[in-house]
Design a binder for this molecule. Sequence first.
Ligand code: ADP
Ligand code: ZN
Ligand code: MG
Length: 638
Amino acid sequence: MNQQQNKTNNGDKKGVKKPNKFGLLNSITIGLLILFMISGLYSMIVDKKTSTVKITLSELVKDIGAGNVTSVTVKGDSLLAEYNDEKKTIKETNKETDSSVTETFARYGLTPEKLNAVKINVEGPSGFMYWFVQIAPFLAPLLFLGLIIWFLTRQVKGAGMQAFTFGQSKARITMPDDQKQKVTFKDVAGAKEAKQELAEIVDFLKNPKKFLEIGAVIPKGILLMGAPGTGKTLLARAVAGEAGVAFFAISGSEFVEMFVGVGASRVRDLFKMAKQNAPAIIFVDEIDAVGRVRGTGVGGGNDEREQTLNQILVEMDGFEPNEKVIVMAATNRPDVLDPALLRPGRFDRRVTIDLPDRNDREEILKIHSTKKPFAEDVVLRVIAERTPGFSGADLYSLMNEGAILAARENRTKISQYDLIRAIEKVMLGPERKSHLLSKKEKEITAYHEAGHALVSSVLPYADPVHKISIISRGRAAGYTLHLPLEDRKLQSKKEFLDDIAVSLGGYVVEKMMFNDVTTGPSNDLQVSTALARDMVTKYGMSEKIGVLALESSGGRALFGKGVEDKDYSEKVSADIDSEVARIMQESYKKAEDAVIKYKPALDAVAKRLIEIENLERDEYESIIVAHGIQPKKKEEIV
Ligand code: ADP
Ligand code: ZN
Ligand code: MG
């Protein structure tokens, strides 16, 4: 494997939804419990009444005739008779419903004299208990149903469907007085140009009058462009923090969800909220999720996306100049954005954030080293040196990995060695010590990596070797780390050609030493062939094809893959193939010449690798110097 600059990027951490603890079963159980309680109460009340002795009407008439009863109380449909015995027993009987008590008693043959001796009270059907007893049987099922419905709706909401609130924006709001979440320019290292550009925006948000009085039109939209992890989100927060205004952050993908029409209504809601809190910043992260070129008809859910995008444009056009709301957006794919987003009056300010250079990397490392105890041997400059191509997010995770390594080994301070191991971990994934190579595999891997390293050291335009390892990491069996002397923006044809030869170094050696090829170099071949093709079709580095950029970078997106539009004939296509093949063959020859010429050095490096598995730069160079290879100039480390 020939690894140059692999990057991991850790995306933004999204708010985590808590799982709902109330299952459907639970709500039904609760409903049932309540039902039981109601019916229990009901029967208690009813039972109290029936606890009196029940007698028939004729028995009561007989008792009244015998003069044993002092009073009769009419209560609804029942009669309660009080007896004149010691205990004042109360007996109950049912009254005839269609006639009055006196009539009933008269019909049963009681004489008026006997009746007069008895006090008759009529108690109206009133009181809570009476009504409760009457209504409860009907009420209970209704109540039960109501409860179930209530629990079900809670379920639906909890399950993340937000059935009742789906039109509201889900923006995360940071208010200016929130000190804990406050980010300022001090927290962002490097990115000087971007900060300068954004300082103007901060100035406007702080005192808009100055600008408005002189008739200046304030930019409405600012687009932050840069590779993942370069600090776009961080910078947007810093602008809000510096200006002391409210910050509404939402991710492009959050506009588009299951329900059609949600996106547009979320946009409306978001802008309304921001205007109410003006001055404010609206930050749309990953705007390419909604802002792709419209009308390509590629991918599903297009209409929904277009409506959302239209709504954003409408809202931005609807701003009054003094609205004091600024829209910031971030993307790492500016090439796929709809041109309508970029025209004047919308996202016409564009701020590019580059990957940090050596000095910036050191600054970023410093920012993330606060509160981390370092041993004396730590030199952040060396770490910055060794991490070209790392983004701010990579450096952040490097620092963290370093701390984890130290803690795992029960040390209280982070040493330089921890940080160096962390670089490799971030770049290539964790070591897989458990993945043991057989003796044969180890030999093949050692020769393979030694091949990369040697070709790299012999060819004049290749990068110097920093480390060789045959401990497998991630998917690679081993790797050779060679880093450029300086961060470079431009690469020359000679450098490309040497890079391809270095990539082929492993393959060449395997073939030469073992007269066989393993699956090991397949990635090397892919990378180098792709590079050769790019040289021919993109960079105009082939004499035969000439100065033609046949393929633009990017291309349309189809199911996450780029489909390139071919704008050239079959003949040119065949020419390209033959040019790519020629470049590959020449590079192969170059690599082969190098390893044949320095075969003893190759053997020595491979042998040492099998012994110790990791070869650092100094030891590696002492081996090749002993075999007559001049090592590459070392960069100055101060
Ligand atoms: P982006 O939005 O460009 O993908 P982020 O702003 O989310 O990147 O950056 C991720 C993390 O990386 C930040 O939280 C911060 O810790 C770190 N980081 C990135 N760039 C810088 C920088 N210039 N200075 C300090 N930290 C940075
Ligand atoms: Zn390789
Ligand atoms: Mg981001």
